[in-house]
Design a protein around this ligand. Sequence first.
Ligand code: ATP
Ligand code: MG
Length: 253
Amino acid sequence: MTALLTAHGVTKMFAGITALDDVSIEVGDGEIVGLIGPNGAGKTTFFNCLLGLLKLDAGSVRFEGRELSGIPTHKRARLGIARTFQRIELFTGMTPREHFLVAERVRNGRGALWKDVLFLGRPTSAEKERAQKMLDLLGLAPVGDRSVESLSHGVGRLVEIGRALMTQPKLVLLDEPSSGLDRHETEELAETLRGVQREQGVAILLVEHDVDLVRNLVERVYVLDFGTLIASGPTSSVFADSAVRRAYLGDLV
Ligand SMILES: Nc1ncnc2c1ncn2[C@@H]1O[C@H](COP(=O)(O)OP(=O)(O)OP(=O)(O)O)[C@@H](O)[C@H]1O
Ligand SMILES: [Mg+2]
């Protein structure tokens, strides 16, 4: 396995509280890896460290062998790291297609600011084609021209994921994509993500509370608790680990 992302000894303190303590994680090219743990374990903090939104107190993050310290967030995005947010953040009044067109334009470096690109009308045929392909890939074509606020939570999640994928990342960080989704929507999400990984070869680091989704989608998983990695390995053996079951998964597994 080629390591795409290697985080080594990542440590982050907030006002004397250790939110992450010596966390080391690897994600291979095109791999789907899970990161699980209870509320407040440090999962979102870890994402923010990978993205350069937070400065590490110790440790290092390498992407395709390149040390990322000192590289600002927008440049990390250009290197191929994309993310979605724990709470959906979409532009009201815009359609899924428009979200994708804006992301495409930003990727191409046309339109310096989001507010510019919003009013840029007339996308090129290549841009339109890429947006259409993303709508098709995510099964969003039937709702591509509806305003996002008229769509369900589950569809909103897919729009967020599509927007992240439009930047053609090598790695996408998904922060609890199933939150707010019902069981059926969650199953569809798993199916869609599998398709995305198959078609685009993109690696996914998935933060999730939904045990079924993790089990369905992920071969390898890391378990964080109070900022410390307490288990890692193949999903089936981690979920079988009695300490993990007792402490974090309760009756769910
Ligand atoms: N900007 C911040 N300032 C101070 N403390 C913070 C900050 N961000 C996170 N923390 C603390 O760091 C710890 C880890 O929080 P984090 O949000 O990373 O957890 P999480 O695993 O994502 O939890 P959840 O499952 O609820 O999303 C928590 O104790 C949180 O209160
Ligand atoms: Mg979080």
